[in-house]
Structure formats: C-alpha cells, structure tokens
Ligand binder design. Sequence first.
Ligand code: ADP
Ligand code: ADP
Length: 220
Amino acid sequence: EATIEVTGLRKRFGRTQALDGMSFTVLPGQVTGFVGPNGAGKSTTMRVVLGLDSADEGSALVGGRPYASLRRPLSHVGALLDAGALQPSRTARNHLLWLAHSQGLGAGRVDEVIEQAGLATAARRKAGGFSLGMRQRLGIAAALLGDPPVLMLDEPFNGLDPEGIVWIRGFLRSLAAEGRAVLVSSHLMSELQDTAGHLVVVGRGRVVADTSVADLITTA
Ligand code: ADP
Ligand code: ADP
C-alpha cells in the first residue's frame, strides 16, 4: 500500500516547536504538494518519516508501517533530502552503483534511473563538479533505485534551470500516474500548483490547509 500517514507529530528543538501536531495523508496516484514558508516544518516531517529524526509525539507510517520496520527501505520509499548527499570524487554512475550495492539492490536499475533522471550525458563525470540542478537529478536517480511505491522529495525544484523545472513537473506527474504516492515540498506555491493534485499547506509546524487543487481553484 503506497501511502504516507503522518499523525499528530510534535517535535521540539530547544525552544523551537518545529512540529506542532502535524497530520496529513499522502495517497497513491497523485502528487501531493507540501507547501509552506521556510521553517514551517516540512524537512523535519520528512526526516521523521525516514527515521532520521525522532518525534516527541505522534506517528509516521509508510505503507502502514514505521520506516524502521522496513527490511529493504529503499524498495519502499525513495527520498531526496538536501539535494542528495553525494560523494564528490565518484562519478555519478559509480555513486549510484555504490548506493545500489550498499542497499542490497543490485546494479540492474542503475542505467535506467540515470536515463530517467536525465543524467545520461553526465553519468561518467565526477559528481563533485555538478551544479545544484545536476545534484538534484542525481538525488532523484538515487531515490528511484529501489523502484519504490512512495517518494518524498524535499525542495527538488531548487537549483534547476527552467528546462529542468518543466522536466521535473512532468516527471513527478508521471511517477504518480504509475500509482506511486509522491510528496514534494516547496516554499513556493507557484512551483506546485500545476503539478500537485493535492496540497498540504503548512505553517509553524502544523497543517493550515489540506485540499485538492481542483477544489482550491473552483472556490477561488
Ligand atoms: P522547512 O523544511 O519547512 O523549512 P524545517 O523542518 O527545516 O522547516 O524547520 C522547522 C523548524 O525547526 C525551524 O525553526 C528550524 O530552524 C528548526 N530546526 C530544524 N532542524 C533543526 C535542528 N536540527 N536543530 C535545531 N532546530 C532545527
Ligand atoms: P520488506 O520490509 O522489505 O517489504 P517484507 O517483510 O515485506 O520485507 O518481506 C519481504 C519478503 O521477505 C516476504 O516474502 C517475506 O515473507 C520475506 N521475509 C520477511 N522477513 C523475513 C526474514 N526475517 N527472513 C526471511 N524472509 C523474510
């Protein structure tokens, strides 16, 4: 079951209440836009879903299960955080081969995800010389390695050129049309309004609006 269910997450960093009752569901088959200003809690939510941060309260489930209980996590959920951590001295292709190997996924999909992410001409260049846009593409390729039913991408539009933004919009929609649950964050509504069918708008660690884009446009 391709879903993300976030229920009542609360998380404090010192005096900062980063998450203050964050709750929403991401369903398969459409792009869910996760929109809100910087500091609203989007990255923290994704990190909690991935078990990289622990919540003080609440639960986060991927396909009905906690991330920590997934035996092959990359086959369940692919994530792009921080424009994809990469190893600067490796070529893009070797980075993906290493990642596939270290996750027990095999090399079978490496060339396919390179193609999907539009990296074919750059795959044998060292990732350390990549622009932010190219790093985003490499991070997206890495997220797709396990062919996961659930994808979480944190600010994937950052650093992409206009052509890359057009590409990623269509690509995200096609991934969702294949039946995946796709959660995409942005601090700009304009980046998501033509891409997301479902919008979760957040501020100060909680959801302030949760709506289908069709409803938003007809009531506007
Ligand atoms: P967004 O992704 O929406 O920009 P974040 O989840 O990154 O928001 O941040 C939410 C709040 O939590 C912000 O006030 C941020 O400064 C704070 N925060 C996030 N991570 C940490 C951390 N590791 N230590 C201290 N504060 C943090
Ligand atoms: P994942 O969390 O990777 O989806 P699953 O629990 O769905 O793993 O199991 C995937 C396959 O591996 C299933 O066929 C399941 O029966 C089998 N399996 C699950 N746990 C174990 C285990 N501890 N040892 C051997 N096979 C297992």
